[in-house]
Design a protein around this ligand. Sequence first.
Ligand code: AMP
Ligand code: ZN
Length: 138
Amino acid sequence: MDCIFCRIIAGEIPAQRVFEDEHTLAFMDINPVSEGHLLVIPKTHVARLFDADPQLLTHTIHTVQRMAKALQTALGVRNLNLLQNNGKAAFQSVDHLHFHLIPRREGDGIGFGWRLVPGDQEVIRQAALRISGVLQQS
Ligand code: AMP
Ligand code: ZN
């Protein structure tokens, strides 16, 4: 499979690995948004959140928390964005599920491109109804 993250897991491509266990791997992002920017991935290939096994997600989010605490201790990180992109329109560039841990500092000027604009309450209500409807059937 031509997946760059699977190749990192296999050791075929170098990466600054900081942690691994049976199910997960954490390594430094090669294009860091801020100092300490880490990626956490499951070792089993899955492209997106929609398709991920819940057990795999449990392992992955535990590693995410462990890495957050490591950033806290190692780099004094107190503010952190956890980002997980799914699909091209959501800026996913690598099709292997991954969580970004992005340390934030006061006044760092980093933005993620959306503004807080109040939504149309009726549009919000209709979306909520449709989602709730699906959840009641599952
Ligand atoms: P996304 O846009 O959410 O798919 O993010 C993919 C991330 O993977 C980007 O932040 C890239 O900088 C990072 N990335 C891609 N290739 C590598 C690599 N070989 N080693 C470390 N990080 C990588
Ligand atoms: Zn992969």
